[in-house]
Design a binder for this molecule. Sequence first.
Ligand SMILES: [Fe+2]
Length: 346
Amino acid sequence: MPVDTSQFNVPNERRQATREADSSRPTILIVEDEAGPREALKLILRPFYNLHSVDSAEAALHLLKEQAVDLVTLDLKLPGKQGAELLQDIKREHEHVEVVVITGYGSLKSAMDGLRYGASGYLLKPFNVTELIAIINQSLEKKRRLEVLRDSLRQFENAWRMRQDTSSAWKTLSALLEAKDPELVRHSNRVHGYVTRLADRLSLTPEERELVRIGAWLHDIGKFGVEERLFSSIIRQADREDEFAKFHSEVGARMVQSLALPPAVGEIIRHHHERYDGSGYPDGLKGDEIPYLARLVGLANAFDELSAGRSQNDQLPLEAAKEYVRRQAGILFDPSMVKQFLKDLR
Ligand SMILES: [Fe+2]
């Protein structure tokens, strides 16, 4: 789809900006099969970034192996391998590279798929230059923040490897997260508290106890990787907010995937919103299909959301929250856990 370049007001001297790589600038790879839009993107982005451009998925993967790239702008409609498939390949093989999808054929489904497969932004053609630059810069900023977060998460990995208590790792990490979302840190602390007590009653092994404690602390970590403002209005609308928020469990699991934490931690994060009757997300798992430790964190998480939700209006009195959980035993929650959980609250 053609991009209307008449709206781009790029000064002449900028068009002549040097083509040599400047190490202080981020490097962007433009993946676009149509020459018109590709040249337009180069014209707009050249003053601010080091650029590479290719016209196919195969060329993109080849270039990513050879060159350090910070961000890819990706056209979804490519010859041969499709953009959505390329996005998955990029996130699998080069997870630190951010991807902004730019498409002329936007739909709710493709935007949701973009988010699911790890795109950090989504933009519709014909786009506006200011919006394009803003989304790219915010994605690069998010990349920097995630790198700091990932470094901090490595402390869990180290503590696990050295068989040490992970509480000090959580202290460092929560200091970092507190600045962005103090309520989320309080919620994680409460879920951790419930889970620790429940784990004592359920005769878990010492290793399982440590795993479920780490999982409880990190279960919502994906909320720091999901940013609505970087997505097009297709899914930014108020009524889509819930849909959008659901991606945090998949995003969080992906964030810890690159660490050498045990896979069980990733499973807890991915499946903490699954429900016993299969009505949860992201995979709609049922009963025993849901990993045991994820069921445990899921119950503690749901109870905390009921009894200490974000806004006062969402909160139920403690007795009502307990009654709700009791009634949902065998429906939303594992009945054997509910019994122990309620016993414990007494
Ligand atoms: Fe959650």
